[in-house]
Design a protein around this ligand. Sequence first.
Ligand code: ARG
Ligand code: ZN
Length: 469
Amino acid sequence: MRYNRRGVALLAALITVLACSPGDEPPPSSHHLPADQRAGTPGIGDPDFPRDGNGGYDVAHYDLAVAYVPATKRLDGVAAVRARATQDLTSFNLDLTGLDVRGVAVNDVPARFSREGDELTVRPSKVLDSGTTFTVKVTYSGLPKPAKDTANLGTYGFIPTPDGAFVASEPNGSKTWFPSNDHPSDKATFNFTITVPAGVTALANGEMIGQPVTAGGRTTFRWRERHPMATYLATATIGKFDLRQGSTATGIQNLAATDPKFKGSLNELYTRSGEITDYWTTVFGPYPFSSTGGVVDDYSAGYALENQTKPLYGGFNPQETIVAHELAHQWFGNSLTIKRWKDLWLNEGFATYAEWLWSEHKGRQSAEAMFQQLHNRPESDPMWKYPPGRAKPDDLFNQSVYTRGGMTLHALRRAIGDATFFTLLKRWTAEHRYGHVTTEQFIDLAEHLSGKDLTPLFDAWLFQPRRPS
Ligand code: ARG
Ligand code: ZN
């Protein structure tokens, strides 16, 4: 996942050899870079989002403790981030926006730090050797502010609401509430300890550990996501909620939560989420996580987000179609995660195609009928100009990534036949379970399983700025 620094190191070694007279120190090995090159980079290497994520380390686990008071909108946090150095590190960065950093410690030793824009730079008291595991603990507080991008992404990240917070961070809003390596190419497990005023509920990913504990007018909720998760899928959604808990027909833990304004949706959300999760296991393969469900909060985000194990619906009664979409993301996006944002169709095209599969399963419109109808859209439709195989950083969630992405899968199904197509879906999720994926890998597997040259099909559907014939 990390791009390596070997090339840089070799070049540096060469320069050292050329510049130094015999008898000087031996040239550094690739693991021991010269001092000025041992700083972790401020970006993880996604050319479309050059400052997202960071280089030089790989996070294994986030242990997040946050206290939040809806009335004052103040958050107090301690984030303990366990990571492995992938190079020698004299310094490294975390992504964090706003908020005041009170202190940073590396392996329990206070460390120097500085802030610049969304980058928090940490200078450990001693160099972290390549390959070693370390823990960086950041103590921080303040009034979190969501990210806003009216042209493209809307409002996202940690969004205060009258009774708590709506937390949906795709693509890079995690840094609005915890210090992180905020890019999907670095997944990690998570523990959450969330303290809120008594009477308020805190919902995070995975499963609750123990019962909430109330003392001194405050309640602490503990949650754990034990499967790898991208930072943008992490949530600590807070507020007044009605809950319904149980398990699906096949025995997957199920939790639905609705803001009181949406209480009328609670039973429907619970039942549908269970039914759809179970159905997707028959189409996409075993459920990757330990629980399913959904949360409806009273914030009109204009979107839903597939937060791992707990999709979040922003201020509307979720209909079957969108529940089918968000739950399909548990496989496509959450278990199998993109390495680079340009491959977003691997999330959204698949989740959109899942909507059509759900409709087909229910005996309503078939995927074929949906495809025909969309294919009939005139040449002037903006979708034909936007090749979905390369999501644009300034227009990431363009409708084409969804609709034409879904059509790409249907065109593939027509070309290779139902049997191979549905085998492909299961092989895809099995081979890359909990991992990272690229478009090239999907095309390779499709060609391998079908024995067909599918380059022209994928090229026309994913990469050409015109309507495929
Ligand atoms: N992945 C979400 C969905 O398709 C969309 C998230 C959009 N994010 C945003 N900041 N607008 O359901
Ligand atoms: Zn989606």
